[in-house]
Design a binder for this molecule. Structure first.
Ligand SMILES: Cc1cc2nc3c(=O)[nH]c(=O)nc-3n(C[C@H](O)[C@H](O)[C@H](O)COP(=O)(O)OP(=O)(O)OC[C@H]3O[C@@H](n4cnc5c(N)ncnc54)[C@H](O)[C@@H]3O)c2cc1C
Length: 279
């Protein structure tokens, strides 16, 4: 059976107000949390493969203990196992340190056929972690993948590029970053949600399905993790103030007429137009 690892990250809810700590990091304690929306596309691909060709789906997340919530959400969508990598020494990891730690989780898990990641996150937003994990594991990678199928040990993927697609093939094991134009995550099925509720009530079952690991357990070198393993220096982070200003709508019988109105308004507001660019 295909062994799939899906990386999912808990991020601050974009609808909530997250503060910024004095050191420039996000004050995650105050923010509401959610599963990174981009990772839902990766999870959907894994679930589709599980139903289509048969697969064992392990979801891995790195974060503080509340990140277990995204593992539970993944179970409710059909994942089989969850791994939480949590360790105080991981705090302030940049993408290099994050990819190091996550690839060590894969090594710790052993054999795998396919790794799926989201395209990027809504907090760090770098889209670097997936490709760095592939490099560290020395496996082929397909980024921006919209559709994929597997036959034997060959992966066929449709990759989104500017203005079109690329059809690629790669030998497994491989890593794929799933584009947000791929199939959206299906709604949870009642049976999956009920099964998750049930196993969460039994501590031994819960422990079997959700593994919590530290740097020591996965055999990672703390010198490559967290702040000490992160060469990135954040110069300054600040919160944007409310953007003020007002908006005027010009509606005329033609674009030319609207532009005339706009120019007249700009002139009456004291602006001087030195050049008009047509086109
Ligand atoms: C100096 C510095 C300090 C930072 N301090 C912190 C901090 O204290 N806490 C913090 O959370 N972030 C911190 N960050 C942000 C952190 O570097 C990134 O969020 C993290 O490295 C992942 O990169 P990304 O979010 O850009 O992921 P991307 O590369 O945009 O993500 C691509 C995909 O990789 C996978 N992925 C990424 N991260 C994880 C994860 N943690 N678990 C599972 N899968 C994942 C997901 O599938 C995701 O869709 C810091 C960054 C810098 C530069």
């Amino acid at each position: 059976m295909l062994k799939i690892v899906v990386f999912i990250k808990q991020v601050p809810d974009t609808g909530s107000k997250a503060g910024v700590n004095p050191d420039g990091t996000i004050d995650r304690a105050r923010a509401k949390r959610m599963l990174n929306p981009f990772d839902k596309f990766a999870l959907q691909k894994a679930v589709e493969l599980k139903r289509g060709v048969g697969a064992f789906v392990t979801c891995v997340t790195m974060g503080p203990p509340p990140a277990t919530e995204v593992l539970v959400e993944a179970f409710e969508h059909g994942a089989d196992m969850g791994v939480l990598l949590t360790d105080k020494r991981l705090a302030a990891s940049d993408t290099l340190a994050t990819a190091y730690a996550l690839h060590m989780v894969v090594r710790h898990l052993g054999d795998f056929d396919l790794i799926l990641t989201g395209l990027q996150t809504t907090d760090g937003d770098t889209a670097q972690v997936g490709p760095q994990i592939a490099e560290r594991l020395d496996v082929p990678q397909v980024t921006y993948c919209e559709a994929l199928s597997i036959s034997g040990n060959v992966l066929s993927a449709r990759r989104v590029v500017e203005g079109g697609y690329q059809n690629l093939e790669a030998r497994l094991p491989a890593l794929v970053t799933v584009a947000n134009s791929a199939t959206p995550l299906e709604p949870k099925r009642f049976a999956d949600v009920a099964a998750v509720k049930e196993f969460l009530r039994h501590p031994e079952e819960r422990e079997k399905r959700i593994k919590t690991v530290s740097l020591d357990v996965i055999g990672a070198n703390p010198a490559h993790a967290g702040l000490v393993g992160s060469p990135t220096v954040v110069g300054k982070t600040w919160k944007l103030g409310e953007i003020g200003g007002s908006c005027a709508l010009f509606q005329g019988e033609s674009v030319e007429r609207e532009v005339e109105h706009l120019l007249a308004k700009l002139a009456s507001d004291g602006h001087r137009i030195t050049e008009l660019v047509n086109g």
